[in-house]
Design a protein around this ligand. Structure first.
Ligand code: ATP
Ligand code: MG
Length: 407
């Protein structure tokens, strides 16, 4: 990989302009500011930039307040406790943090901040991998020059290596194991041997002290990449142990990736398919994740489908089984059972809808009540066999039913 001056061109003119405004004023007030972490890594790797993190060598909240007083930015969010601030300048949003030192009084829990306004080198020690410690100066004297506080970051970036900064890194924060997985497969990087061994050692434990919300967030980002290799690595290297007790290892990762690709435009949450196939249906309740309503419904839909999937022999029953279920639940059920009714439903039946509604039945003189559902279901049954039916045809069926009093 060629680490050239090219990275500067990857910063759009507008971002550069706003960064210059921030840094000129920061320097004027006696602060130094830098780009830090993911943004620097992604600029050098020529990847799309997700978020622009700025590091201030003193107190970012004081800097932001001064910038706001001068009418240069608007403060969107300010956390005094962490001395972090979100500022908006010319409609562009930047996160600004203060350099800090942290300790982990208890493994897996959030760290405690010991000191703010420390050196760039001290600040780099709290980070996860050497490639995420890289810095771009925004200051007058060396605008957009790379600073490599560990002297290892650029080397590792060139050699596609993920290297933690100290031996206790995974013990302090096991989310870093999932972050490692994310970066491995997002960038095609590998952990260095020591990092790999430390991960293995950590995963030999039986109980983990973990901040599940952070694990969940990294799990989502990692599995949303939809790569079969991620699932294989996750299982083979026991990373699942961090939060899943009984994993279903009987999974074809390639089939999973392929089927997700096929229905990608319909699937809202790719990671949910991966999570769904890894845990036994009812076991999801034992995961320590704080599930959203959509996630809970998906797992409950999988259970419902599994419980009602026997003795299905016509399209109407297939339609009833799968309708109103979250798409992820259908995909998980399919991957666990290879029941082709799912594919039939998704490819042929799902979009068949009646043109007539209750209003049409009222117009035909039918009194509102339970009978509505009976009639509409009968019409639907016929329509599933002849999907091209027009509204007139549907009305004709209702009229016939009325004549024969068949409901
Ligand atoms: P992404 O591109 O997925 O956002 P990122 O590296 O930018 O990845 P962020 O979560 O945006 O990750 O965090 C920004 C920076 O904060 C990282 O580059 C890293 O230096 C540091 N960081 C984030 N999470 C951790 C962690 N769990 N442990 C140590 N440092 C972390
Ligand atoms: Mg980021």
């Amino acid at each position: 990989m060629d680490i050239s001056q090219n990275y500067k061109n990857n910063l759009s003119f507008n971002i550069q302009k706003n960064l210059k405004i921030i840094s000129d004023n920061a320097n004027k007030f006696g602060f130094n500011v830098y780009l830090i972490g993911g943004v620097v890594r992604d600029l050098i790797l020529n990847k799309k930039i997700m978020d622009v993190d700025i590091l201030c060598d003193f107190d970012a909240t004081i800097l932001a307040k001064k910038l706001e007083e001068e009418g240069i930015c608007k403060i969107q969010e300010l956390k005094e406790e962490f001395k972090t601030v979100k500022i908006v300048i010319n409609d562009m949003c930047f996160d600004v943090a203060s350099t800090r030192c942290e300790v982990y009084p208890k493994s897996g829990c959030l760290p405690q901040i010991v000191k703010f306004g420390v050196s760039l080198f001290e600040d780099s020690k709290r980070r996860d991998f050497t490639i995420n410690t890289l810095i771009l100066s925004l200051n007058k004297d060396n605008f957009l020059q790379i600073i490599d506080p560990t002297n290892q970051g650029l080397y590792d970036l060139k050699n596609k290596t993920l290297r933690i900064l100290h031996h206790k890194s995974f013990i302090d924060d096991p989310t870093r194991i999932l972050r490692m997985l994310k970066f491995m497969f997002r960038f095609n990087f590998k952990p260095d041997i020591c990092t790999f061994n430390l991960m293995n050692d950590y995963l030999k434990k039986n109980n983990y002290d973990i901040c599940y919300s952070r694990i969940k967030s990294e799990f989502i980002q990692t599995f949303n990449l939809n790569k079969s290799e991620i699932l294989d690595y996750f299982i083979k290297n026991n990373i699942y142990k961090l939060f899943i007790k009984n994993i279903n290892k009987n999974i074809s990762s390639i089939n999973t990736q392929n089927i997700i690709q096929k229905y990608e435009s319909q699937i809202k949450q790719i990671y949910l398919v991966y999570l769904g196939i890894m845990v036994e249906n009812k076991d999801y309740q034992n995961l320590s994740f704080n599930f959203t309503t959509y996630e809970k419904k998906t797992f409950n839909d999988i259970i419902k489908i599994s419980e009602n999937s026997t003795d299905i022999d016509d399209d109407y029953q297939i339609y009833q089984l799968f309708k109103n279920k979250n798409i992820e639940s259908l995909i998980v059920y399919y991957l666990k059972t290879t029941d082709n009714n799912v594919i039939k439903y998704l490819d042929k039946l799902k979009d068949i809808k009646l043109n007539i509604t209750g209003k049409d039945l009222i117009r035909l003189g039918i009194k509102e009540g339970k009978v509505f559902k009976t009639i509409l279901d009968k019409v639907l049954k016929i329509k599933l066999l002849t999907p091209n039916m027009k509204k007139e045809d549907e009305l004709q069926i209702v009229t016939n039913l009325l004549a024969k009093k068949k409901f």
